[in-house]
Structures are given as C-alpha cells and as structure tokens.
Write a protein that binds this ligand. Structure first.
Ligand code: SAM
Length: 292
C-alpha cells in the first residue's frame, strides 16, 4: 500500500474536536496527551517505520486511535497499548471496526516484554508510537535491556531527547542514552516536527527517531556490567574515568586497578566518560569483566 492510501481520517483538528466533545474527554497533561492532528506527519512516521502488511506493530499510547487507525490500514496487526481507561470507549469507536487491532489496557512502563511476547505469541515486531514524552527513557532502556526480538522502534519524542540518542562524543547531549541505544541499534532522526501538529500543542519541538536493531558492533561479555560502567561513567561526568568508575565499582575493583585497566585498554586515565566512543566503552567493560 502506498503512503497516500493510509487511513488518516482522524488526523485533523476537526476530527479531534468532534471526538473529545462527543465523549466529554479532557486532556490529561500528566499522561503526555498531545494528539496528532496532521496527516502528513502520520504518513511520515509510518514511512520511516517502513510498515508493511507482514508486520506486527506494537503501538504505545494509542490515544484517540489516530496512529492506530493508520497502522491498521498498513500493518498485518496492531497491538495498541493505552493506559487511560477514559480513552478505551473512544478507541472502540475509532478502531473497533478493524479486526487486526487489539487494544491493550496496560501501563507500558510496567510491562515485562518477554511475557508480553509469550502472551501475544509474537515472533518479531516493530514498535511505532507517538510517545507520551515522560516515558521515553525508561521505556527505551527497558526494551533494550530485555532484548526482545524487535526489527525497529520508530517513535515521536521530544527533539532534545532525540538529540541525546544521536549525539557525538564530547558533546553535552552525549550520555547513557546515546551509548546504550548505539549498542543495540542504529539510530537516526527522520524528521524534526513543530508543536503545531499536536492538539494541545506541546511547548517544545519534537522529532521522529528510528532505532533499527542490528548485531552488536562489539559484543559485551557481560551486558549488565557494560550498563554499570556506562552509568557509572556518566553518573559523575565531570570526573575523570578512574574517579567516576571508582565511586561505583570501587568496592569490587580498587581505583589503582581501574587505572591499570584503563591503560591496558589504551584509554588515558585523564579522560572523562563523555569522550569515550561506544567501542571504547565495550572494550573497557570487557576488560573489567575479567576482574569482576
Ligand atoms: N497515538 C495518539 C496520537 O498520536 O494522537 C496519542 C499519542 S499521546 C502523545 C500519548 C498517549 O499515551 C496518550 O493517549 C496517553 O494516555 C498514553 N499513555 C501515557 N502514559 C502511558 C503509559 N505509561 N502506558 C501506555 N500509554 C500511556
């Protein structure tokens, strides 16, 4: 199906006004409820995700069903998660006629993704979502950590957070999110999105980001330790690596030994975490694993 044929009937201010008036719905800011009102952005998300009828799509935060409906018209099936029970009757109205859509009344942050895979008999899947922004980091870290078989994650997030995922070393935006996302995926910003395509408009710009899962560039011997090293390094990002690492790993490996380990990895003991590439982080974590 071509992008111009997707069902974008709910992506307009008039459609959103009509639905919320008919159901007496009021927006809840604490749930990140900024609904899409622009068909072109809807097509752009689905185009970036390269959704086809072969795909099982997990949507997080279905809202009024605007993206859900567009996905239903392009994907094989859609599992549409929505935490707010006030939206479930609206979703019944807007996507109930699609027999390839299932509404999942769950909190995305509480999901054990391996169980989720088993419950729904999933093999591979794609995540496609206009995310409630407050859940972006915990949700992504949870998906990465659990390593369920995903092809890709295509999401609308706050622009500033998108830039953290794609940052270069030695920049302010470079941090835990950049390194861990890069370990599991190839990350790219597909499009910057203005506040005007949402109702109500958020105060900040957004971006469509795509994470394409791929084999590791270099495999961590102990993934938990890689996470620990990355978090320790950036937890104290102004400190040099021996100091930053010692304050978290020091109970197991003394600072002097950490200095030796850094030297053996050809990483200067004067460097800070924010200057390390993903590759250097994995080399370092693998060396530390020998002493762990
Ligand atoms: N997909 C719709 C759209 O594009 O118009 C709505 C997107 S809106 C930015 C985010 C949606 O996520 C809201 O409907 C909100 O109720 C829902 N939501 C918020 N927190 C959630 C959570 N922890 N788990 C599942 N859904 C959540």
């Amino acid at each position: 199906m071509s992008l111009k044929d997707i069902d974008a009937t709910l992506a307009s201010p008039a459609a959103v006004h009509r639905l919320i008036a008919a159901h007496g719905f009021t927006f809840r800011r604490s749930l990140g409820q900024n609904f899409l009102i622009d068909g072109n952005i809807l097509r752009s998300i689905i185009g970036a995700a390269q959704v086809t009828e072969e795909d099982v799509v997990i949507e997080i935060g279905a809202g009024l069903g605007t993206l859900t409906r567009a996905l239903a018209s392009t994907a094989g099936s859609v599992l549409a998660m929505e935490i707010d029970a006030r939206l479930h009757p609206i979703l019944e109205e807007t996507v109930g006629q699609y027999d390839n859509v299932e509404i999942v009344a769950e909190d995305a942050l509480g999901i054990d993704w391996s169980n989720f895979w088993a419950t729904y008999g999933l093999f591979r899947a794609k995540v496609v979502a206009n995310l409630p922004y407050y859940i972006t980091s915990p949700l992504l870290l949870n998906l990465f950590w659990q390593e369920v078989p995903l092809d890709s994650i295509t999401i609308m997030v706050q622009r500033e957070v998108a830039e953290r995922f794609t940052a270069q070393p030695a920049t302010k935006a470079y941090g835990t999110l950049t390194v861990l996302a890069g370990y599991y995926s190839e990350v790219g910003i597909h499009q910057i999105v203005p506040p005007t395509v949402f109702m109500p408009s958020p105060e900040v710009e957004s971006a469509i980001v795509k994470f394409t899962m791929r084999p590791y560039v270099l495999q961590a011997v102990n993934p938990a330790l890689l996470w620990k090293v990355v978090k320790a390094g950036f937890g104290q990002r102004r400190k040099t690596l021996p100091n930053a690492l010692a304050s978290n790993l020091g109970d197991t490996i003394p600072k002097a030994e950490l200095q030796d380990i850094l030297r053996s990895c050809d990483i200067s003991t004067q460097r800070r975490a924010e200057t390390l590439s993903l590759h250097e982080f994995v080399v370092l974590a693998n060396k530390i694993a020998e002493f762990w």
